[in-house]
Design a protein around this ligand. Structure first.
Ligand SMILES: *Cc1c(COP(=O)(O)O)cnc(C)c1O
Length: 820
């Protein structure tokens, strides 16, 4: 360690040193004794002891980046779905077993300490969790990276289930403070809003622009260290909190309007108040645009200042920084960097544009039209007048660069414009992202392919070199080593532990699929994990489930395209079959759901209600008994995923083909020895390629089938007419069979969407293939040797889905930074 201190305190990596520090922090930092100490105090003393050990490495890492004049990667994201950090920090520092022993010696309980931590839920789902996995991988690969995000006072809402309905409660994650985050009071950047632009012409005849009379808000930095896995690298996540730029307005204070002055402060701070709880749907609220610009402006200013302390030639920017925009949300980085270079640094348009288009990159996360960000021009020009001017100019130059000859040229041009030319013009953030960035990537092979063939076809023809794919990944540290220690240890016993950073090594596990002892050990671990989940379900819901049954799990945001409805229909099908033949031979199954619906997404909330009504019926029917259970676990989160995924036999990945860009839940399950039932969508396709068609249950319409069916006229009623079981389900939903007594019509909107509004997500078209594939699942499950063999082969072939591989792809293809 590069430290000037004679004896570095509080940095020993052995049990005694760690134990002593926990005790010292309890006493000297927290002023607690054995009578007054709570689990929260224990947890805080552990965090403080871990932080002591991070700080040397953190400082050293950052000094080295500076000394080596490293190219920096800036990963800008509106969401980071971090979850709990204690285990992750201990594992990456190589301290987990040391800590466990130290806790024992001071009489602390590991699980209780872990559970005292709150989940940092600063994200909605896959996109935010991806950003968190990427932070772990960037640090593990030694990439000089900073994650930039917003320190929301309220993360994703807490979900409670009342009478079967989702109810949202505020997430008070900062209530007792967040000990992994340290405030940097001296790192504050002003962010401007509103005002207007002025211009003047200099002696050389060049026009300059100023943005004046703005309303300014301060962005205040909070840093959380991000250690790599046992490599002494520590990067960080820098989250911005909005603060008033003036303590109070002196003038109004003097006039006695003290309250008015303070009230303004509160409004400014509202920018970082709350995470928007929508997943994959665009709502054009001004406060959201403020958040996006707040993030971009503070982060670019921060990066720009770091660059300027080290280099004086702005033309070097593309060699010294790469910016990655996680979806279109941070794409204002394009006009913002133009503004910094032109208005503040006096560069010309062409020079600035050259820098911008070599530095900024954009990741597309969905092709669904309702998710695409299109800001009303009027709203944007009021809030960000200078950026709107710049975007207009980008658009003008871009349109000039498109040839206008030939049939359909005007249509093509209109599709490609950044600012749509309708009555109410809108700024299309995806188009801006493509025109203004170096690379555009999709998140799985099929998604990147469809991007080029469908929504961005015109752009692909113009800029084929910009388009690339980086298939998503998950960090094996959290999603195997941390959440499933027993399986991780079993694997390491056989192949060593290099897989933790080189997940391809898991292929050495494949021959063990034929080893009876290994299969039995593997099965025993799954049994224990299932028992743990069964206990959790009983505690939470007071429902007893059969640990021997198939644990059939669908956990993800509730969205029509993800088709929780189809899995609910399968649950009803099994229920009806058992009722029709109570003494029949059924493979016991526990169907488990979890997931949040956006608070304004009425249909998704009705799907939750339906699942809970179906679950009530099934779980309370004595004819059904142990053969079938159905539960909806409230408040899906990273921590809940860590309990559920290791306990799963069957992973449900059943989106309408073409609609799930990648999915990452699918990867977590397979890595933990679940078999997938899924459609040919997103990364399911690559999972199939890796594990082989025999080791995954693929069913249903493909993207091509769906195209054909839609163009030849999809009639959902035909599918009902041809299927008695489906008819029965439709009848049960219509006649109130599952409904509460006082509201028998409650599920009619679901029936309408399916039968009268065209069943856009093709639940009815895929139902039969799904149910038949589930029968095949049962056959295999009834042959445990065969099931476990396939599960082990899945684990062995997950190397491709490490986020380390994804980050290497970004580093090689997009960022051009070295990886160790
Ligand atoms: C992995 C993860 C997701 C993404 O799941 P998908 O099935 O890919 O949609 C969402 N939420 C949490 C908490 C996760 O851990």
């Amino acid at each position: 360690m590069d430290t000037d201190l004679q004896v570095a305190p509080r940095t020993g990596m052995d049990v005694d040193a760690f134990k002593k520090d926990i005790e010292q922090h309890l006493h000297y930092t927290l002023a607690k004794d054995k009578f007054s100490t709570t689990q929260w105090d224990n947890y805080r003393s552990v965090v403080l002891s871990v932080m002591d050990r991070l700080h040397d490495r953190w400082i050293d890492t950052q000094q080295r980046y500076y000394r080596e004049e490293s190219k920096r990667v800036y990963y800008i994201s509106m969401e980071f779905l971090i979850g709990r950090l204690m285990d992750n920090m201990l594992i990456n520092l190589g301290l987990q077993d040391v800590a466990a022993e130290a806790f024992k010696e001071v009489g602390m309980d590991y699980d209780k300490i872990r559970e005292a931590e709150v989940d940092a839920g600063l994200g909605n789902g896959g996109l935010g969790r991806l950003a968190a996995c990427y932070l772990d991988s960037m640090a593990t690969l030694g990439i000089p990276a900073i994650g930039y995000g917003i320190r929301y006072d309220y993360g994703i809402f807490d979900q409670e289930i009342e009478n079967g309905w989702q109810v949202e409660k505020p997430d008070l994650w900062l209530k007792y403070g967040y000990p992994w985050g340290i405030v940097r009071p001296k790192i504050q950047h002003p962010v401007k809003f509103y005002g207007e632009t002025t211009s003047y012409v200099d002696d050389q005849g060049r026009e300059h622009f100023d943005w004046v009379n703005t309303h300014d808000v301060q962005a205040l930095a909070y840093d959380t260290p991000i250690p790599g896995y046992r490599n002494d690298v520590v990067n960080h996540l820098r989250l911005w909190k909005a603060a008033s730029s003036h303590l109070f307005d002196l003038k109004s204070f003097n006039q006695g309007e003290y309250i008015e002055a303070v009230r303004t402060n509160l409004q400014e701070e509202n920018i970082s108040r709350v995470l928007y709880p929508n997943d994959k749907v665009f709502k054009g609220q001004e406060l959201r645009l403020k958040q996006e610009y707040f993030l971009v402006s503070a982060s670019l200013r921060d990066a720009f200042e770091r660059f300027k302390t080290q280099f004086d030639d702005l033309r070097k920017i593309p060699q010294k920084m790469a910016i990655q925009c996680n979806d279109t949300h941070p794409n204002l980085a394009i006009p913002e960097l133009m503004r910094l270079l032109m208005d503040e640094e006096n560069l010309e348009w062409e020079q600035s544009w050259d820098i911008v288009t070599k530095t900024i990159n954009y990741t597309n996360h969905t092709l669904m039209p309702e998710a695409l960000e299109q800001w009303p021009l009027s709203l944007m020009s009021n809030l960000l007048p200078r950026h709107t001017q710049i975007i207009r100019e980008i658009d003008r130059r871009f349109l000039n660069s498109i040839e206008v000859q030939g049939n359909g040229a005007d249509h093509r041009k209109n599709r490609m414009r950044i600012i749509s030319n309708e009555m109410d013009s809108r700024v299309r953030m995806a188009n801006l992202g493509i025109v203004g960035s170096h690379k555009v990537n999709g998140v799985s092979e099929i998604h990147s392919d469809l991007m080029k063939k469908t929504i961005f076809k015109d752009f692909y023809e113009k800029y084929p070199e910009k388009f690339t794919n980086v298939t998503n990944g998950i960090t094996p540290r959290r999603w195997l080593r941390q959440c499933n220690r027993k399986l991780a240890d079993l694997i390491s016993e056989h192949i060593g532990d290099e897989w933790v950073t080189h997940l391809d090594q898991l292929e050495k596990v494949e021959p063990l699929a034929e080893d009876d002892t290994f299969r039995e050990q593997f099965a025993e671990i799954k049994r224990k994990n299932k028992k743990r989940l069964a206990d959790y379900i009983e505690r939470e819901l007071d429902v007893k489930v059969n640990p021997e049954s198939i644990f059939d799990v669908q956990i993800k945001r509730i969205h029509e395209y993800k088709r929780q409805l189809m899995a609910a229909f399968h649950a009803i099908t099994l229920y009806n079959r058992i009722k029709a033949n109570p003494d029949g031979d059924f493979t016991p199954r526990t169907i488990i759901f979890a997931g949040k619906a956006a608070p304004g997404y009425t249909m998704a909330k009705l799907h939750i209600k339906l699942i809970n009504c179906v679950a009530d019926k099934i779980n309370n029917d004595p004819d059904i008994g142990d053969k079938l259970k159905c539960v909806f676990l409230p408040n899906y989160s990273v921590s809940l995923a860590e309990i559920m995924i290791p306990a799963t036999n069957l992973s449900e990945q059943i989106s309408t083909a073409g609609m799930e860009a990648s999915g990452t839940g699918n990867m977590k399950f397979a890595l933990n020895g679940a078999l997938t039932i899924g459609t040919l969508d997103g990364a399911n396709i690559e999972i199939r390629e890796q594990v082989g068609d025999e080791n995954i249950f693929i069913f249903g319409l493909t993207v091509e089938d769906i195209d054909e069916l839609r163009s030849s006229g999809y009639n959902p009623n035909e599918y009902v007419d041809g299927n008695e079981e489906l008819q029965k389900i439709i009848a049960q939903l219509s006649n109130g069979f599952f409904s509460p007594e006082d509201d028998t019509e409650i599920f009619m909107p679901i029936i309408n969407a399916l039968l009268n509004q065209g069943d856009y997500f093709m639940v009815l078209a895929d139902y039969d293939a799904y149910v038949k594939k589930q029968e095949e699942v049962e056959k295999v499950f009834n042959n445990p040797d065969e099931w476990n063999r396939r599960a082990i082969i899945n684990v062995a072939n997950m190397g491709h889905f490490s986020s380390d591989r994804s980050i290497r792809d970004y580093a090689d293809e997009i960022w051009k930074v070295d990886v160790k």
